[in-house]
Design a protein around this ligand. Sequence first.
Ligand SMILES: Cc1cc2nc3c(=O)[nH]c(=O)nc-3n(C[C@H](O)[C@H](O)[C@H](O)COP(=O)(O)OP(=O)(O)OC[C@H]3O[C@@H](n4cnc5c(N)ncnc54)[C@H](O)[C@@H]3O)c2cc1C
Length: 346
Amino acid sequence: MLSALNLSDRGLSVTVIDAGGQRPPASWAGGGILSPLFAWRYPDPMNRLSHDATARYRGLVERLRGKAGLRASDLNESGLWAAVDGDERRDALRWASSWGVRCQAAPLSQHLSAAPERDGLWFPDIGNLRNPRLLKALRAALVAQRVEFVNASVEAVRPGAIGAELALSHGGRVTAPRVLIGAGAWTSTLLEPLGVDLPLFPAKGEMLLYRLPPGRVRSIVLTDEGYLIPRADGAVLAGSTLKAGDATTYPTVTGRWALQAMAASLLPELASVTPSYHWAGVRPGSDRDWPYLGPVPGTRGVFAAAGLHRNGLVAAPASAELLVRLMCGETPSLDPAAYSLSGAPS
Ligand SMILES: Cc1cc2nc3c(=O)[nH]c(=O)nc-3n(C[C@H](O)[C@H](O)[C@H](O)COP(=O)(O)OP(=O)(O)OC[C@H]3O[C@@H](n4cnc5c(N)ncnc54)[C@H](O)[C@@H]3O)c2cc1C
């Protein structure tokens, strides 16, 4: 939808074809942390996409504020505390200095009331976004800009001399001179018939939501066992499980137990709080640590966004800008070679 917004802003006529309810978007299910988890563990192409994501979203939320109930506080700029020690601490500090990210040593107790003591690093400029609200606001903005939404599944993409014809589940067909395939965990079902075989897989993830008085969790708390994400109204998300190869969207008892145990290990009072909500989503998993964004080899005017895996929300503004510039024949600010579907090295 962000790509659709950028294209529509350029005055182009845009149609979004989305299977919606049959295949719930990971963009709804995700936690909305605006950083890769432990960003220093990722290669430069991922960091280039995620750099400054909180500031980019600030502009977007400002623009969409009021649409479908989106509030400025839905972008929670309360920072991120990460459990890091030993050699990795040096890596993290080096990463922060080379990317110009503010960072300082801080104990967990400064960020989580009554938490067991643990050393770590504090990143004050990393925020989190209430992504389901952003999706609703984006859709409202797109509708207001006359972007057409078609609720259908694309069964096949048939490239022409320029662009492609799309065969839809209800029997309809749509032709367009420029097509962007972004079907999340199901993208490979559309790319493989075009001869594009990428190392993609579904990766199920589950989350819990607790309702606490505001301020109990003061910033994102990230550990190797899991994370807590505070929303401005006191809601706290606990995430997340990861099951590669699983494309089911129902939450499981095992997932719930694992998340409840993780959440209580970080904040003991959660052991006696019943989660208000438990859900699952399917990440567009990939064997590599950054996504595939760009033209589909062997076509003219067909593009794809694949393998955003755990970082599709943080990467969305930069990914959409890269894709839309390529689609419009403009020079992107990021080098597109690193994201090529032909697997060019970084
Ligand atoms: C539990 C969990 C936690 C996460 N936390 C974070 C986080 O904190 N930060 C972060 O950056 N990322 C996070 N992610 C990852 C992020 O959600 C994804 O990387 C991102 O949403 C992927 O976006 P997408 O547009 O590629 O796919 P999606 O959001 O899944 O959208 C794909 C859309 O395509 C539609 N579709 C599929 N097939 C077809 C078809 N054939 N025809 C038409 N439509 C079709 C689907 O219905 C869906 O609406 C998380 C994911 C999960 C599951």
